[in-house]
Design a binder for this molecule. Structure first.
Ligand code: FBP
Length: 561
């Protein structure tokens, strides 16, 4: 008889048995952890403005957890709300599991509720009360489907007051917001609002994003980056092997990562393709799109002269926003779209909208828009997300580059400067990596971040980001505490206005990972140094299963940068 199809996969059942390793400091629970306050902190820039906006929460001290008895956390029962915000990242369910276990360990009567569908769940008061039975099948799984996610931003006075009302009505003492830079900016705003209103409700953030751009000295990595880059590396490695076998195609692979190129760099390290474009370098060198294409063509021609009409190029999703003239165009477009939103909505066809928008742009930008392939121009005009970001995941930069490369190569052909054959294939790897089963690193890290967030809220610490560091060491040696959210902030232009936001961490061109890349890239361009990392490994030798990202390893290496 055919085996009955199980709802849960065999791998998921096995992964359900995985017990995340907690840092030693958290192992006995919150009542054995003493928060130690460090010095008052400062924001990364725009100190005076931010001090004024965050009158109650600016300059908080760093918090480090040390061993010591702390009975206060067990005395009172608390109710905590958790919300998953923004794009999915592997390990979100383990943040909830760690938070749940941390709260229950302190006091069995503590309650955790999960707001449904992201921050809108708070505004609509939609939540579920989490029990061990409900959570059981979600431990060590990918995705955010246990309580779902969303990108609603809580920003208007009405939304803040509704948040206050809903939290108060439900007697929620603390909110844990699991999100990226934008969502944690929102956490900082809510924390400040609660303080201003004299409400004892603490708000704590957890650093999430596959993009890897929410990091600094104290937040060494955002969760999900490890697993997502392992998944993309498997796929890119397979393409490298295919290319090396058939030797007839050029593959242009766009990789997710809205702004920063951390994902492209990490996948580059793991697979060693022929070309890895990095937005940050293009920005620093003030390169135009034409110059980017010239460089690509240079390598394609060189390889062709060596009889190699094949190769692999990695394109970071956010590249377009780093190219000099495109940056200017997008910034002008953002303003035109905000200032003329109603008028634009009135036009029936995309073509009419385009003509109207072109007319409002400075001449230089309007000419550039007209010179772009029509599809790309339309993609650039799409609505911004609630945080004012361009939907770069919907802009097919890899196709734009291919089109421009083709044009240049045919010009060279006419001049008898190129005799090769260019057969391009394009890919976009983005959503494929965001909900994978978390690697051991991410499963441990997210569980620790959640447990650590429980310790922060049990100590009534508000306005902090859960911080677990020393990540290149085994999990039991990880260090824990909290980093003030305002410490990471500066003022940036969003939706046509100056706003306080957490500064994104871009690839540091003076950092060790970038320098390591520069040492190797010329060799990768001409030779076939491809590496085939294969799938994420959950069982087997610990060198493979517990491997951290190469980015982290280079960042922590002892060599001078
Ligand atoms: P977060 O910053 O919220 O983690 O999301 C990052 C990301 O995955 C980007 O890499 C990508 O550009 C974007 O989300 C896609 O957004 P959406 O899920 O709304 O399509």
């Amino acid at each position: 008889m055919a085996k009955k199809l199980a709802y849960v996969s065999e791998l998921q059942i096995e992964r359900g048995k995985f017990k995340p390793v907690l840092p030693d400091i958290l192992k006995k629970g919150a009542s054995f952890v003493k928060p130690v306050k460090g010095k008052a902190t400062q924001s990364v820039a725009d100190q005076a403005e931010l001090k004024e906006i965050f009158g109650n929460t600016y300059g908080l001290p760093e918090i480090t957890f040390r061993k010591g008895s702390n009975e206060i956390v067990t005395g009172k029962t608390i109710k905590v709300g958790v919300v998953l915000s923004g794009g999915q990242a592997p390990g979100g369910h383990n943040v909830i599991a760690g938070l749940f276990d941390g709260l229950k360990e302190a006091n069995e009567r503590n309650v955790l509720i999960g707001y449904l569908g992201g921050p809108s769940g708070i505004l609509e008061n939609k939540y579920k009360t989490i029990s061990e039975k409900m959570l059981r099948n979600y431990r060590n799984t990918g995705g955010f489907d246990f309580i779902q996610s969303g990108r609603t931003k809580i920003e208007t006075p009405e939304q803040f007051s509704l948040t206050k009302k809903n939290l108060s009505d439900c007697k929620v003492d603390a909110l844990v917001i699991v999100g990226g830079d934008d969502s944690n900016t929102n956490a900082a705003m809510i924390s400040e609002y609660m303080k201003k209103e004299n409400l004892d409700k603490c708000v704590v953030g957890v650093p999430k994003t596959i993009d890897g751009d929410l990091k600094n000295k104290y937040i060494e990595a955002s969760f999900g980056f490890d697993t997502a880059t392992k998944i993309y590396s498997e796929l890119v490695g397979n393409i490298c092997r295919d290319v090396n076998s058939a030797r007839k195609y050029w593959h242009f692979v766009r990789l997710m990562g809205r702004s920063a190129s951390h994902i492209a760099l990490e996948v580059g390290f793991k697979t060693q393709p022929n070309i890895v474009l990095l937005g940050e370098e293009i920005l620093a060198n003030k390169m135009t799109l034409d110059e980017v294409v010239e460089n690509l063509v240079g390598v394609i021609v060189k390889r062709s002269e060596a009889g190699k009409n094949f190769g692999v190029v990695l394109v970071p999703e956010g590249l377009i926003e780093f190219v000099d003239e495109m940056k200017e165009l997008i910034s002008n477009l953002n303003d035109v779209l905000v200032e003329n939103a109603d008028a634009i909505a009135e036009f029936p066809s995309v073509e009419d909208k385009k003509e109207f928008i072109f007319g409002k742009l400075p001449e230089k930008c309007s000419n550039l828009m007209r010179s772009l392939p029509s599809g790309i121009a339309s993609q650039l005009m799409l609505d911004r997300d609630p945080h004012g970001n361009v939907h770069v995941s919907l802009i097919e930069t890899e196709k734009l580059l291919v089109e421009m490369v083709q044009k240049k190569l045919s010009e060279l052909k006419k001049l008898n400067k190129y005799e090769g054959k260019f057969s391009p294939i394009t890919h976009f790897f983005g959503y494929e990596g965001r909900c994978g089963i978390p690697s051991n690193f991410d499963a441990n890290y997210t569980y620790a971040l959640g447990y650590n967030a429980a310790v922060l809220v049990l100590n009534r610490l508000t306005g902090y980001l859960s911080s677990v560091r020393n990540l290149v060491k085994p999990p039991n040696q990880w260090e824990c505490g909290g980093i003030p959210l305002t410490m990471m902030m500066n003022i940036e232009r969003r939706h046509g206005k100056e706003k306080p936001v957490i500064q994104k961490a871009l690839v540091d061109l003076n950092g060790k990972p970038f320098k390591e890349f520069v040492k190797n890239r010329d060799k990768w361009a001409i030779e076939e140094n491809y590496v085939f990392p294969g799938p994420v490994q959950y069982f087997g030798p610990s060198d493979i299963t517990n491997m951290t990202t190469l980015t982290l390893q280079y960042e922590h290496s002892k060599t001078k940068s």
